[in-house]
Design a protein around this ligand. Structure first.
Ligand SMILES: NC(=O)c1ccc[n+]([C@@H]2O[C@H](COP(=O)([O-])OP(=O)(O)OC[C@H]3O[C@@H](n4cnc5c(N)ncnc54)[C@H](O)[C@@H]3O)[C@@H](O)[C@H]2O)c1
Length: 346
């Protein structure tokens, strides 16, 4: 089996490299450490590349930019891939407004480059695109909410299990990031439906794990744990810190991808987050870290919410579980925090 992972030095890409490497696949990775360009030195992913090169014998790294169309065509001409996992991205909702061309060129055009190159060079490959819940824009904020002591939650019982894939993606505020990812998401669906390619689109909730080069603008839980261990305060932006995200470990993300690879469909869309059982507000995550470490987490509060931020987002995992009954969430939020604390201490 030959696998291609884009964004292979990032959180999700590196998890895919390790997983398929352990299955004795040849794993090619594309990453140009663009995360460092986006976020500065704390976003540098070269430490993770070195880790993969040391730990995964069948891993081959390529310092390629997914915006480089001729470079991709040359590269795809050399190898027939069975599986392509596309995770390279400008991943920050907030950063996109200051770099609109880079954001759209990487997220939307880069994805088109990969889809079209796949169609020309290995149309039978399974293609997985890592999308985002930001395709729903801020429309989830229109769902009536209840305010509890430490969190918001849905007041409408129709959303008890969270937001499903038929939720509207239209006519709401997305952020430029949400718009560029929506363009890529719809294009990936189209390659599945129009060209009958085996394309799966996974709309991520909050993805986390120990191998994130977390920064303030991206990688919420990992960054919170990092800040909690330092003497710096964590800044909460708006909604009293009661805004809810659902957390999923990168290993559970890759397990879902592998389930799709083994039973692919053309142009199918799945919401992929921690679901209700792994949903928590910022205040609740801070409480958990304090309980686990026994130390207080310093925080400051800014009354200005991040533009377009979700007040309460929980992924409905019903469709994913119905298509892939063997898949489930295996890591709880406390276990993820413990793992990140242990890695950070080493
Ligand atoms: N982390 C989350 O909470 C989250 C949530 C929803 C969706 N997603 C999506 O999941 C995917 C993976 O996210 P992640 O958290 O692993 O991000 P990440 O930033 O850790 O990894 C992305 C990698 O892509 C590389 N990259 C960026 N632009 C590139 C380019 N032009 N050419 C080659 N490589 C490039 C970066 O250097 C980085 O190593 C992204 O598509 C992101 O939008 C992430």
């Amino acid at each position: 089996m030959i696998v291609l992972v884009t964004g292979s030095s990032g959180l999700i890409g590196s998890e895919a490299v390790v997983y398929y490497g352990s299955k004795r696949a040849v794993v090619h990775g594309i990453d140009n450490n663009q995360r460092r360009e986006f976020f500065g030195p704390p976003g540098d992913t070269s430490w993770n590349l070195k880790r993969l090169q040391a730990e995964v014998p069948s891993f081959i790294h390529h310092d390629l930019d997914i915006r480089d169309r001729p470079g991709l065509l040359r590269f795809f001409g050399e190898t027939q891939f069975d599986l392509i996992i596309h995770c390279a991205a400008q991943p920050s909702h907030d950063l996109a407004a200051s770099i609109p061309f880079d954001d759209f060129d990487v997220n939307a055009v880069g994805t088109l480059n990969l889809l079209e190159t796949t169609r020309r060079c290995c149309p039978e490959a399974v293609f997985i695109f890592m999308s985002t819940n930001k395709v729903y824009g801020d429309r989830p904020n229109q769902i009536p909410l209840v305010e509890l002591e430490k969190r918001y939650d849905y007041a409408d019982p129709a959303y008890k299990n969270g937001i499903a894939e038929d939720f509207s993606i239209d006519q709401s505020l997305h952020s430029l990031f949400g718009a560029s990812k929506t363009a890529a998401d719809v294009m990936a669906q189209e390659y599945g439906r129009y060209f009958d390619m085996k394309v799966g689109v996974f709309r991520g909730g909050c993805l986390t794990g120990p191998n994130h080069s977390a920064v303030q603008l991206h990688g919420f839980l990992s960054y919170l744990v990092k800040v909690a261990q330092s003497s710096e305060p964590y800044t909460i932006f708006g909604y009293k810190g009661k805004q809810v995200r659902d957390q999923i470990h990168s290993a559970d993300v890759i397990a879902a991808f592998d389930a799709f690879y083994n039973n692919p469909r053309c142009g199918e869309v799945y919401n992929l987050g921690g679901g209700r059982s792994n949903s928590a507000s910022i205040l609740e995550c801070i409480d958990l870290i304090e309980q686990i470490t026994g130390s207080r987490v310093k925080s400051t509060y800014s009354d200005e919410p991040r533009r377009g931020d979700h007040i309460c987002y929980i992924s409905d995992l019903g469709k994913l579980k119905s298509h892939f009954p063997g898949w489930s969430i295996t890591r709880s939020i406390p276990s993820m925090i413990e793992e990140m604390l242990a890695v950070a201490v080493v």
